[in-house]
Design a protein around this ligand. Structure first.
Ligand SMILES: [Zn+2]
Length: 171
């Protein structure tokens, strides 16, 4: 679907009516994450309640359609197509932050391990890594990267601890 002749307000309406979604926006060179934020959560809804950390370069948030409890993403604020495009000086910091968040997720969610993957693939993206816990009742291995998506269940207590440990005070 070509959106190039539509105004942003018209695109917002189509999103609200669920006639288009993240894929169509991305195909038209529109970042769904930024569009969602600028146009009242019309794509994914208001997701600020899932943010557990942010600074000038990165945002850390719980995934709205997780593969398991504790599924988290760490995203650059800037747009990058994928890992191959990222500013070199951000590579070190995002993995340092990832380590910190992984250790914290393991502690807070009681998982046995936490897996990391990155697979940004689209013309308009924020470079991000996904952190996926692997629990003791789950087999080790790469199947954990494609566990079925589940409903997000908010756990205010855990979010409070995550934010406190990461020193996040909210936007
Ligand atoms: Zn964006």
């Amino acid at each position: 679907m070509d959106l190039s002749n539509l105004t942003n307000e018209e695109i917002k309406e189509l999103c609200l009516e669920k006639k288009i979604g993240a894929k169509e926006l991305t195909d038209n060179g529109i970042c769904p994450t930024c569009f969602n934020r600028e146009y009242d959560g019309c794509v994914f809804g208001d997701d600020t309640d899932k943010t557990i950390y942010s600074d000038e370069n990165f945002e850390v948030f719980l995934i709205g359609n997780p593969r398991c409890p504790g599924h988290t993403a760490i995203s650059t604020r800037k747009h990058f197509k994928d890992m191959m495009d990222v500013d070199t000086e951000l590579i070190g910091p995002i993995y340092e932050l990832s380590q910190k968040v992984m250790i914290l997720i393991r502690k807070v969610y009681g998982s046995e391990s936490v897996y990391l993957c990155t697979m940004c693939d689209g013309p308009m993206n924020h470079f991000h890594v996904q952190l996926i816990p692997r629990y003791s009742y789950e087999e080790r291995g790469s199947d954990n990267f494609k566990k079925p998506r589940q409903e997000y269940i908010e756990d205010k207590e855990k979010i409070k601890v995550l934010r406190k440990e990461l020193g996040y005070k909210g936007e």
